[in-house]
Design a protein around this ligand. Sequence first.
Ligand SMILES: Nc1nc2c(c(=O)[nH]1)N[C@H]1C(S)=C(S)[C@@H](COP(=O)(O)O)O[C@H]1N2
Ligand SMILES: [Mo]
Length: 336
Amino acid sequence: MMSPPRPRRGPPTVCMAPARTTKIIPPPTRLRTRVTDVANVYVIGHFGIAHVDERNWSLRVAGMVRNPFQINIDQLRALPSVTLTAVLECFGNPLQPDVPTRRVANLTWRGVPVRTLLDQAEPEPKARFICAEGLDEGEFDGTTCQEYLKDLPLDIVARRAIIAYEMNGEPLTYEHGYPARLFTPGYFGTNQVKWLRKITVTAQRPKHLFTTRLYQRTQAGAPQPVPVRDVDVNSVITAPSQEDAVYEGDTRVTGWAWSTTPIRRVEVAVDGDAFDAAVERRTADEFSWQQFSACPDLAAGTHIISARATDTDGRIQPFGEARNQVHSVELNVRAR
Ligand SMILES: Nc1nc2c(c(=O)[nH]1)N[C@H]1C(S)=C(S)[C@@H](COP(=O)(O)O)O[C@H]1N2
Ligand SMILES: [Mo]
């Protein structure tokens, strides 16, 4: 049960409600449609869920710009919009780096390119980042914050980020960031700031719990931790699942694979014997997941089916102890 929103002090634009921890979402093996129903999308709010009154909402664009300004929701909706389909994936609990989460969805987003707003604001030549601020506030990991804050590289944001106000053709729900959120295709969920209120253009990364403390990762061979941005190469098998009745003979194995760059190969393995699956195509500037399929001939008995994706940058899913580790399903194949 969700308790009623608790009014916060200050402007009457937003109330914080506790995050609904009971939302039951299907396991990844049940995400069988290309576009995931909003009902099946995971929800993360570090401080809870913000309920925003759109009549008092505005988005401010400021910082190292020549023309700071703010717009209200009607002005935002009146601007030319784009629609795109892209993956939303949670990096996982920042305090548990090696636990696979498989909180992922593929959604259709509609919104205004951030570039449109930047063109109006005119960033100064030294600007390198945008800092996106959410209206939510509260405590996480023992630290009290006045806002959720993320910094993103200005060049990537100008190229592909949108101020999203619709998911799957409907206005965003409260849980997913109503009335508007930042969405940068190809980036992990932590960057997709919900309940967006401000974009500040800067030359440096701001220090904040959610910018320089949490959501940092040290990649193999790199000396310094880097912020969590590009999604990793990953895949899930969506059929068959363990609960399905599977009979000996040819069985169609399908699933979704995604990364920041397109997927170029998915190996499906039956009890460790790998072969190449067919993979849908994607261009470098689309960010939808891609379907893979294969038809192994399965004998009656127990089999482990797994899928391992490789992207066009040559990144391959690891076998174990990683958030994006190879996904496997155990099947009990029956005799006919
Ligand atoms: N304002 C705000 N935006 C946020 C968060 C948050 O706590 N506050 N959580 C982030 C994280 S970690 C994820 S994975 C995504 C989840 O988006 P969803 O709840 O719409 O699925 O929102 C991101 N944006
Ligand atoms: Mo997340």
